[in-house]
Design a protein around this ligand. Sequence first.
Ligand code: EPZ
Length: 425
Amino acid sequence: MDKIIIEGGVPLSGRVAISGAKNAALPILAATLLAPGVHCLSNVPPLADIRTFKKVLGLMGVQFEDGGHEGPPHRHDALVVDTSRLTGWMAPYEVVKTMRAAVLVLGPLVARMQQASVSLPGGCAIGARPIDQHLKGLEAMGTKITLNQGYVEAKVRRLKGADITLDTPTVTGTENLLMAASLAQGVTRLHNAAQEPEVTDLARFLTAMGARIDGIGSDTLTITGVEALTPAPYRIMPDRIEAGTYLAAAAITKGSVTIAGAPVGALSAVLEKFHEAGVRYKITDDTITLEPAGSLTGVDVKTRPYPGFPTDMQAQFMAVMALARGASVITETIFENRFMHVSELNRLGADITVSGNQAVVRGKKQLLGAPVMATDLRASASLVVAALAAQGTTEVHRVYHLDRGYANLVDKLTGLGARLRRAPA
Ligand code: EPZ
């Protein structure tokens, strides 16, 4: 397992380019199962989770050809996915336990193969994360679901459109049901659907393949099933959480940074909170340019489903609040255990106390480098953000968590003037 060694205290400066969105690329990769043939996806981020998902799809007979980084621009970061011949319909426990997003094959497999055998994901560091809403929706569409030795066994002759109201606006639940409904017989209305931009990106890809979806971007999706979908080229949207993470890194180091190729329109709640805290920036439709801020002020934040403040930015924002003036009350309403980064931030000298789903951050004048341990993807990002501003050396251990969601993190931060390097632990 590697670690990252960071010499903090350097104000970041320069320009960083945002990669494709992990949480759009994963459901879009799953959606290629719906349309037999050759798909050409571009702006696919080079991440561990993408590599893991390709393994899952490979087990079912999907073939890939990496467009690589050379070749004509339209093939830059391109990934060719051939779903012509599927030989299986199973997502095994060994993979799902490492990446719960593998449950995204459930809807497409039931729609394409009329069956699926997908391991229940089990809990993870940030919470129980059940998939009851995914299963409720598929059952409403006529799927017979049985649980057998930790696997969801799903079977159906032909999916039928249904009226489904989700108990909670689950992101991957909405995505699974949206994919299944695209090939169902009749109309499906999905109420209380997640509105995350990545759900919209999936809906746009499905539409490009011939799906008929109304209400894209709203909390009610109406899908009129079609007989078949046809592969279509598609460019993955940029990653709003990666962009927000670099925003946090620039803000905490009082740097002047341009974040290029960012989905600015999908970052309103995050930009609003940084502005309230005293961060000054200029935006265009795809760039955010920060100007060196004075001292930042502690502000309260509550995570909410989109368009509210995203839970995936909670840990990174908390790191910034650790050096803001005054107090900040951070309320996590999405996951029941997403404060694993608090004890590690406190090892860097932060003053954060947790009570239930609230963390109270009392801003300090400085943080001091120390060895810390990453526990989950966004917690590890939060430790990197804090370490960039801490005086002295910080070692972030178990950085495989970072590799899941941040492409070329060390190179991108080095390009902004940060002093860091990766080394074997
Ligand atoms: C997606 O996870 C993202 N992952 C997560 O990003 C993100 O944190 C989360 O949405 C919330 O925005 C991907 O898109 C691959 P949920 P997902 O289903 O779909 C409960 C990252 O850092 N729930 O919206 O698994 C659940 O327990 C990752 O990139 C049910 O009760 O999240 C949770 O409390 C981490 N029953 C809440 O809803 C269900 O059937 C939100 O979960 C489904 C979910």
